[in-house]
Design a protein. Structure first.
Length: 152
């Protein structure tokens, strides 16, 4: 889909705060409320905007321990990959899972309350998934940048 300058600006505004009223967006974009509404609907219908969510403050919900886990499977058969991916998506502590190239097969972003909760997650949940050959975990010291906005 092609984006004009107004689409780009609209997407930037929505990504910074999607609770802005159409009237407020129209004022910022120098468009009519109807024009903004139609642009948003077009972006939604084309799948550019695929959902609206609330972003929580991890500290305020006591989930401030972030770990990144590298996972290596014992084999790379389709069966093992499909089974691992199906099971890891069921783990609520895993916010993100990427199939990656390199020395490991997957990279997970895990968010829990503290080190004890992370150990519990590893022992009782993650490592019970069959076909995991090894794991390597790193813990966040400080979050330098975190954004959900994609520049268009």
């Amino acid at each position: 889909m092609e984006f004009d300058k107004t689409d780009r600006q609209l997407l930037k505004l929505l990504q910074s705060d999607n609770k802005q009223t159409t009237k407020k967006l129209a004022y910022q974009l120098n468009l009519s409320v109807t024009a903004v509404y139609e642009r948003i609907k077009k972006l939604e219908n084309n799948g550019v905007i695929n959902k609206y969510v609330a972003l929580l403050d991890r500290k305020k919900v006591n989930k401030d321990f972030v770990a990144f886990c590298h996972i290596k499977l014992v084999q790379h058969t389709k069966e093992y990959v499909v089974k691992f991916e199906r099971e890891v998506t069921q783990l609520n502590e895993v916010l993100e899972c990427y199939h990656i190239s390199g020395d490991y097969d997957y990279l997970l972003k895990v968010v829990v309350g503290d080190m004890e909760a992370f150990r519990d997650f590893m022992v009782k949940k993650l490592t019970t998934i069959n076909h995991i050959g090894s794991t390597h975990s790193m813990f966040m010291i400080n979050e330098v940048k975190h954004t959900t906005a994609i520049e268009v």
